[in-house]
Each structure stands twice: as structure tokens, then as C-alpha cells.
Design a protein around this ligand. Structure first.
Ligand SMILES: NC(=O)c1ccc[n+]([C@@H]2O[C@H](COP(=O)([O-])OP(=O)(O)OC[C@H]3O[C@@H](n4cnc5c(N)ncnc54)[C@H](OP(=O)(O)O)[C@@H]3O)[C@@H](O)[C@H]2O)c1
Length: 305
């Protein structure tokens, strides 16, 4: 890497989306980094002037990617999850060929090393295979390394956009199964801070998954906290995870994207508790060195915003 194994030049792709701005803000606040954004010529995203911006016609243009990545120590891929695996893998290929030392694949969600999950949603297998592709590249390209980041749900984003089916305006909530399953979640800002910490600890974070966390919560805890902070009794409906998976699959088969949400919610909040990443989080916490956050404090900030 730049000097004595440190990461200095960092490039982020997809910095104008839902997650990207928080990572970009965190990168720009770390004086050790020189930060570049890669964006498409057609993009309407704008970026802080502290970041250098490179525009290319398309992320499918491998030669343009290699040119943009040359001289970068780290490349962070945060393009839309809907971009094809072939295109995502092309970004990784270009990073390896350009001599990038650390590549962060586009995971940023659920634990994807679970074949049972692949049968539920192809995006789980897709993301797993993107990390596997990066790991295969690391075998072939000495000096190329990867870190995949498992974040669980984006807590503040999910609440604001209504993804969790807790409606902050109408004071309604849909609780899945018992509502007692633990789910690991991370705020956008905490993901940004985690990426910075990963890049500041390149040896400890090489060629492995890192789990981020703001806190774990259950739907019942979230409901109680929301009722306390809004000083209102919320209207609650109940849903069953098996039924949600069934209806989600039927909706997706008809091209209705809400089916995706049904399945993710059932997977994350159903009583099987697939989204409790506590074990991975405990190992990663020692490396990242970021303090635990708590539901109450973060929720107050989300409600204020
Ligand atoms: N765990 C969670 O709760 C959660 C929630 C949301 C997202 N995610 C994950 O977070 C990652 C980033 O998602 P996001 O929601 O931040 O992405 P996004 O906002 O949909 O898009 C990010 C950037 O990708 C580029 N982009 C968008 N559409 C594109 C296309 N069709 N072709 C090429 N580039 C395109 C754009 O960058 P330019 O315009 O600059 O080129 C855009 O600003 C994904 O892996 C996603 O699955 C996880």
C-alpha cells in the first residue's frame, strides 16, 4: 500500500445513493485519506468539493475503471444492489488489475453465507458470490485483498423510508411472529465510521468478513420505545413470517417489488432470528474499536430528524 502497509488513496463508487454519502462523509473526515469519487457521466449526484470526482460513461467500461482505479489503495463498491453481478464483478476485476490493495465488495446487508437464504432471495446468493469472486481474485493477484461488510438493516434509513413497516407519521406498526427476535442493525453513519476503521486496520481486516452494529433490537422493544418517544399508543397489526415469505414470492413472481420487502422482513424479524449477528459483531468489535450504541439514543435522533 502507499507506504509501510497503510491505505491513503481511497475511491468510492456509488457515493451519491442511500448509503454512499455517509461513507463519503466519514472518509472525508479522516485526514489520512485522499478521497476520490467515481460516478457516471449521466449521474445527477453531487459531491462535496473536498472529494476529487472522476466521471466515466458507464461502470461496464472496464478500461475506464482500470484507469480510474490506478494509484488507488482502496476501492469501495456501493453502487445500487440492482446492478448485475457481472457488472459488480467487473468492478472487482478492474480493481485487481489496477493494483488496488483493498476492495470492499457490495454486500452491506444480511449474512449471505447461508444457502437457505439463497433459496429465499437471489440477491443473497448474488452478494455471497460477489465476495467469493473477490476472494478468488485475491488468490490470483498478490497484494489484492478484500473486506466484506455485513451491516444488517440500515436502521435509520429503514425507519425513515418505512421499510420496517413502522409508520412514524400514522403511528402504525406491523409485528412479525412474536416480535421478540433479536436483529442486528447499523445506522448509515456507523457504517461510514466502520469503513474508515477497516481501512485504518488493513492487516486485521484483510480477506475476511467484518460485522458492523449500532445495536440489536426486537420489534417489541422498538414499538415500546416509539410509543414512549411519540407519547402515543400505536396501532399494531400482526404478520406471520411463513405467510410473508409465501406472499413475497408470489408478488416477486408477478414483478411486484414489495415481495422483496416481505421476504427480507420475514427473514430478519421472524422468530428464526436469522439477523442476529452478535457472534460476528463481537469478533469485529475488537478490531473496529467503535463503542456500542443504543436504540433509545439513536431513535431520538431519527425522530428529531
Ligand atoms: N441493509 C440494508 O438495509 C440496505 C438498504 C439499502 C441498500 N442496501 C445495500 O447497500 C448498497 C448500496 O445501495 P444504495 O441503496 O445506497 O444504492 P442506490 O442509492 O440505489 O445507488 C447507489 C449509486 O449506484 C449508482 N447506480 C444507480 N443505479 C445504477 C445503474 N442502474 N447502473 C449503474 N450504476 C447505478 C449511482 O451512482 P452514480 O449516479 O454516482 O453513478 C447511485 O448513486 C447495495 O448493496 C444495497 O443492496 C442495504
Amino acid at each position: 500500500m502507499s507506504n509501510s502497509g497503510t491505505i491513503k488513496n481511497v475511491l468510492i463508487i456509488g457515493a451519491g445513493g442511500n448509503l454512499g454519502p455517509s461513507i463519503l462523509t466519514a472518509l472525508l473526515s479522516e485526514p489520512k485519506f485522499v478521497v476520490t469519487v467515481l460516478s457516471r457521466e449521466s449521474s445527477t449526484s453531487t459531491f462535496p468539493s473536498a472529494a476529487q470526482v472522476i466521471k466515466i460513461p458507464s461502470y461496464d467500461d472496464k478500461a475506464a475503471l482500470i484507469k480510474a482505479f490506478t494509484g488507488q489503495d482502496a476501492v469501495i463498491n456501493v453502487v445500487a444492489g440492482s446492478v448485475s453481478r457481472a457488472a459488480q464483478n467487473r468492478i472487482a476485476d478492474a480493481a485487481a488489475e489496477a493494483g488496488v490493495k483493498r476492495y470492499i465488495p457490495n454486500e452491506f446487508g444480511s449474512e449471505t453465507r447461508n444457502p437457505a437464504a439463497w433459496a429465499l432471495l437471489p440477491i443473497f446468493e448474488d452478494k455471497y458470490l460477489q465476495t467469493k469472486h473477490a476472494a478468488d481474485l485475491a488468490e490470483k493477484h498478490p497484494g489484492f485483498t478484500w473486506t466484506s461488510v455485513i451491516t444488517g438493516g440500515f436502521f435509520d434509513w429503514g425507519l425513515k423510508v418505512g421499510f420496517y413497516r413502522f409508520d412514524l407519521k400514522q403511528h402504525t406498526a406491523s409485528i412479525i411472529d412474536s416480535g421478540n427476535a433479536q436483529a442486528t442493525v447499523t445506522t448509515l453513519a456507523r457504517i461510514g465510521d466502520s469503513i474508515v476503521s477497516i481501512l485504518l486496520h488493513p492487516a486485521e481486516t484483510a480477506n475476511r468478513y467484518i460485522y458492523t452494529q449500532s445495536f440489536n433490537y426486537t420489534q417489541n422493544e422498538l414499538l415500546a420505545a416509539l410509543e414512549k418517544h411519540t407519547n402515543a399508543k400505536w396501532t399494531v397489526t400482526h404478520a406471520n413470517s411463513d405467510e410473508l415469505i409465501k406472499s413475497g414470492k408470489a408478488a416477486l413472481a408477478k414483478g411486484d417489488f414489495s415481495g422483496f420487502q416481505d421476504i427480507i422482513l420475514a427473514y430478519n424479524h421472524g422468530d428464526e432470528a436469522h439477523a442476529n449477528h452478535e457472534k460476528g459483531v463481537a469478533e469485529s468489535r475488537a478490531i473496529l474499536g467503535l463503542p456500542k450504541q443504543d436504540l433509545d439514543t439513536v431513535l431520538k435522533e431519527v425522530l428529531k430528524a
